[in-house]
Design a protein around this ligand. Sequence first.
Ligand SMILES: Nc1ncnc2c1ncn2[C@@H]1O[C@H](COP(=O)(O)OP(=O)(O)OP(=O)(O)O)[C@@H](O)[C@H]1O
Ligand SMILES: [Mg+2]
Length: 254
Amino acid sequence: MTKLLETKLLTIRFGGLCAVDCCDLCIDQGDLYGLIGPNGAGKTTVFNMLTGVYLPSDGTVHFDGKLVNGRNPVKVARLGMSRTFQNIRLFDELSVLENAMTGAHQHSRINLLDSLLRTKRHYREEDRQRDKAYRLLEFMGLEDRAGLPAKALPYGHRRRLEIARALATDPKLLCLDEPAAGMNTGEKAELAALIRRIRDELKVTVLLIEHDMKLVMGICEKIQVLEYGKTIAKGTPVEIQSDPRVIEAYLGGG
Ligand SMILES: Nc1ncnc2c1ncn2[C@@H]1O[C@H](COP(=O)(O)OP(=O)(O)OP(=O)(O)O)[C@@H](O)[C@H]1O
Ligand SMILES: [Mg+2]
């Protein structure tokens, strides 16, 4: 097993609140890893520290063998970590395809001069990005809507588009923050199958935050549970479901 992401004693304080407290995560290449916990447990804050949005108060983040805490989000993304957001962030007026292409731009092989002068290289690169974005739309089942403005997509499809855009950066690790939020049962089942295919066919390691227990337990092999910023359990779905602390956290926390 090759370690892809490792955090040690990862901690962040906001004033008097310790939102994440000594979080140790260890994710191997090829994992489909679940991060769960009641509202306010610190899950999104962990993502924000991993991806360089927040600077940890303490602790370390190693990704692909490199220390990444303190690097800005663009640099972290270039190293191969990509994410989606709990509150969908798309360019509403751009087309579905253009939205997916904004992910591919990150690995652009052209420089500013090529773009300004509209060189052949510029057009070749744009074609390459368009093809790649289109293939990912196909993968996510959105190719029929490629030309529509993103704002015309129904909610579940907007979430899928965010994933396509994140994949267009060629990530080694894809961090999904509640990708099934707001979806109906059928959409959730389709999404679960897609997430599994992202790992199995595209060979992208996945870190998943999700409240839907059926989805998490159905596709994750390893799960870590946070409560009030602290890890209260780690294990397989079977172990997690029978863990008294986890049951208490969910029943107590609502
Ligand atoms: N920038 C910030 N400033 C102050 N407090 C913050 C900040 N970001 C997060 N918090 C607090 O940290 C705690 C954890 O929040 P976080 O959003 O990580 O929870 P979560 O587990 O993602 O919850 P949910 O399931 O509701 O999305 C909460 O108490 C939240 O109010
Ligand atoms: Mg959250």
